[in-house]
Design a protein around this ligand. Structure first.
Ligand code: MTE
Ligand code: MOS
Length: 782
């Protein structure tokens, strides 16, 4: 149909469309759970939390709290009709602490009152008696005590010991990376409403409505079918609402079940930061063997993460970390060990990248150390270790890297960012500048797309066409600002060839699309886009049959284009056809389902093909540091990112920019600080600094790789984009190290952990100056 080419539809996949709630977001009219009109009789909740990192609970006395006017209930672990357990993967993770508390901030009781002020006041009067116990706070202490939340995981390929012993060069090193608070603008929140049949309706700010449904049904001892969980949108999640929203919803539901009144639990910012988990901090140690050109021959690496008091998602985070140690590099003989350390600190959880960033950053520090040791340019050593043609194309876990586009991305970046010229200019600048030093570094990312557990890679959708031609779309994915809803709507609009404005997306609800996976692992649009596509294709086929009969033509001659349905030179509007189908009693509603093909994973041997494909990106960042204060600025960042055939370049650009800046926050300024008793002391924006608009690279050039359809048949050959760009911020961290290294003519290894706060940059600069002053003998390792 030529008309289709001429007219097209508004909002087709591949075109830049704004977020479906963009104007609501910027005008403040978008409704989040706390904005929804409160149901009559609503109770407001406040948590009573443990001041101790580890203690036995001797007794809880609620008498004084219950006497506060307006208080309706004080509930504890004894009040669950069902199991006091909200574990997402394993078992035995209490919703409210029972006999012991095992982190400072753990919820012990929940107070419900007519007003939030009354609940807060009463919470102060809940008298909990504790007998303090010795806490395990650090990764080192947990390693020494062999205290883990799950058995250690190990990936082995070849004989790492033999390769290390035979290697011409060998170095050991270590790196520590900090955690990160999600700092979503909307904190954790849920409202629970008891239904007349004893069921529970829950509004939850969650990435995983099905898991909230399961959690609520477990604690209340209800069948899944009696619990409905609904989420229209989240004000950001970033992984923090993948598992941890469940506890909040379960507590609100407990109050609703016990009191018979609707209940809302919204954590204030300080509580949110203290009570809920964050990105895992890691301690990474390596022992690497390499040849004279810096090619890695053997590697023994240990990743240790601070998991916190329970397993939560930590075992899965560790699996992803181990599967990303290789990043874009071929590691011939390896032993990679992962320890999820059990500590008396808050349970760490999913955070954009899900362990991937921590897995790959150690390898970068190691490659840099190798280059300094051999006095070779870091970039050259990186490139020498890149994945290549077989046999240099197999990951340590056995998956072939078949779609490697790093050489292409590298060449594009090299040209567009004029890296060689700028490198020379920076060297000149540094030679003449004793105080201000500049640094430049590139970093390439390869990120595996799919949940490591094949079962989770499935999705469902529900599509209705109404008789006026408007379309209702629902799917299992949740909207957290990442633009999933508009992308999936674009897919459906394209199938029906109608303008995007005719497709309405409704809140994600467990009673419309059941048994869903979390919207996570960046796979939201891959999975839900395909499920919605399948639903829409079914309806379109039925409508085409109606049109074929109407026009008296074979079904193959019916085409949908530009809001109309054609057969030869005759046509109907899409709405007219919808009405005709209804008159002829043809169903205009369908469910769609999708499962990602070709996935396998053996958790015992840690081998398989866990990822459907890889998403790639590359970045170069230039920084300037003040070596007398440690302060710095990011002067310029160039990114070339692979979105496959982007479904929506406007949304994808936002994800690249936002992910990158969030990654910068993790690696430069966001610092979580616990005191000696294990209490988090950075629990508000006054003490915890996330990037602001002035921290964005002054010159920020983001480029989406064009003509790069996904080799796998994903939805419109697009690629996932939610997490991978975060890791590109590693280029900033590497550039800071590069600037510091210039103080010792690049001869000494840089001792700079993450986050590279100004204090740490200053200390690292002083360290290099000391080495340079003391005769300049290069150190063997960090
Ligand atoms: N973007 C915004 N604006 N807000 C978010 O909370 N979460 C990130 C990413 N981008 C997030 C975001 C994370 S952790 C993931 S896994 C993906 O979005 C999830 O959505 P997707 O699978 O649809 O990309
Ligand atoms: Mo994202 S960390 O997979 O929610």
């Amino acid at each position: 149909m030529n008309d289709a080419l001429i007219l097209g539809i508004a909002g087709a996949p591949g075109t830049a469309q704004h977020h479906d709630s963009a104007s609501l977001h910027v005008t403040g009219r978008a409704q989040f759970i706390d904005d929804i009109a409160e149901p009559p009789g609503l109770l407001h909740c406040k948590l009573v939390t443990s001041p101790h990192a580890h203690a036995r609970i001797i007794g809880i006395d609620s008498t004084a709290a219950l006497a506060v006017p307006g208080v309706a209930a004080v509930l504890t672990a004894d009040d669950f009709p069902g199991a006091n357990d909200i574990a997402p993967i394993l078992k035995g993770e209490p919703c409210l602490a029972a006999d012991v508390v095992d982190y400072a901030g753990q919820a012990v009781a929940i107070v419900a009152a007519e007003t939030l002020a009354a609940a807060r006041e009463a919470a102060k009067h809940v008298a909990v008696q504790y007998q303090p116990l010795a806490p395990v706070l650090s990764i080192e202490a947990a390693l020494a005590a062999e205290s883990y939340v799950a058995p250690p995981q190990i990936i082995v390929r070849g004989d790492a010991d033999a390769a290390l012993a035979a290697a011409p060069h060998r170095l050991k090193g270590r790196l520590r990376t900090g955690g990160q608070d999600h700092f979503y603008l909307e904190g954790q929140i849920a409202t629970a409403m008891l239904r007349d049949d004893g069921g529970m309706h829950v509004l939850s700010s969650t990435q995983h409505p099905t898991e909230v449904q399961h959690g609520v049904s477990h604690v209340l001892n209800l069948p899944f079918a009696a619990v409905t969980v609904e989420v229209r949108r989240m004000g950001g999640a970033f992984g923090g609402k993948e598992s941890q929203a469940t506890q909040i919803a379960a507590m609100a539901a407990l109050v609703a079940a016990r009191t018979g009144r609707p209940a809302k639990l919204r954590l204030a910012r300080d509580d949110d930061m203290i009570v809920t988990g964050k990105r895992h901090d890691f301690l990474i140690n390596w022992d690497v063997g390499f040849d004279g050109e810096g090619r890695i021959l053997g590697l023994d690496m240990r990743l240790a993460a601070r998991a916190g008091n329970v397993a939560d998602l930590s075992p899965a985070v560790m699996t992803r970390a181990l599967c990303h140690v290789d990043n874009v590099y071929f590691l011939p003989a390896v032993r990679l060990r992962g320890y999820a350390c059990k500590t008396n600190t808050v349970s760490n959880t999913a955070f954009r990248g899900f362990g991937g960033p921590q897995g790959m950053i150690g390898t970068e520090a190691m490659i840099e150390q190798i280059a300094r040791h051999l006095a070779l340019p870091v970039e050259a050593v990186r490139a020498r270790n890149y994945y290549g043609a077989p046999p240099r194309a197999t990951t340590p876990y056995g998956q072939e890297v078949e779609d490697n586009i790093i050489p292409l991305l590298s060449a594009k970046l090299e040209a567009s960012a004029q890296l060689a010229e700028r490198r020379a200019a920076i060297d000149r600048f540094n030679r003449a500048s004793p105080v201000i030093r500049k640094g430049l570094a590139t970093f390439a990312v390869k990120f595996g797309i799919s949940f490591n557990i094949p079962t989770l890679n499935q999705a469902g959708a529900l599509v209705h066409v109404y008789t006026d031609g408007s379309v209702h779309l629902n799917h299992g994915g949740t909207e957290m600002g990442q633009g999933l809803f508009v992308k999936v709507a674009q897919v459906v609009a394209d199938v029906f060839q109608i303008d995007l404005g005719h497709v309405r997306v409704s809140a994600t609800t467990t009673d419309k699309v059941p048994n869903t996976s979390a919207t996570a692992a960046s796979s939201g649009s891959d999975l839900n886009g395909m499920a919605a596509y399948n639903a829409a294709i079914d309806i379109r086929a039925r409508m085409a049959t109606v049109a074929a009969a109407q026009f008296g033509v074979p079904i193959e001659s019916v085409t949908f284009s530009a809001n109309r349905v054609y057969a030869g030179n005759r046509s109907l509007s899409f709405a007219e056809l919808a009405k005709l189908a209804w008159q002829q009693r043809v169903s205009l509603s369908a469910t769609g389902f999708y499962r990602t093909p070709n996935l396998s994973w053996d958790a015992k041997t840690m081998r398989g093909r866990p990822f459907y494909y890889f998403a790639y990106g590359i970045a170069a960042s230039e920084v300037a540091i003040d070596t007398l204060t440690g302060e710095y600025r990011v002067l310029r960042t160039d990114i070339v990112h692979d979105c496959g055939r982007s479904l929506n370049p406007a949304i994808d650009r936002g994800q690249i920019e936002g992910g990158f800046v969030q990654g910068m926050g993790w690696l430069t300024m966001e610092e979580l600080w616990w005191d000696a008793e294990g209490r988090l002391r950075t629990h508000a924006p006054s003490t915890y600094k996330i990037p602001g608009s002035r921290d964005i690279p002054a010159d920020f050039r983001v480029h989406i790789l064009e003509d790069s359809p996904n080799p796998e048949p994903t939805i419109f050959r697009s690629k996932a984009v939610g997490e991978p760009p975060l890791m590109l911020a590693i280029s900033v961290w590497l550039a800071l190290r590069d600037a510091v290294a210039s103080l010792g003519d690049n001869r000494f290894p840089v001792a700079l952990d993450a986050p590279a706060t100004p204090e740490r940059v200053l200390a690292a600069a002083a360290d290099i100056r000391r080495h340079a002053a003391s005769g300049g003998a290069a150190l063997p390792s960090v």
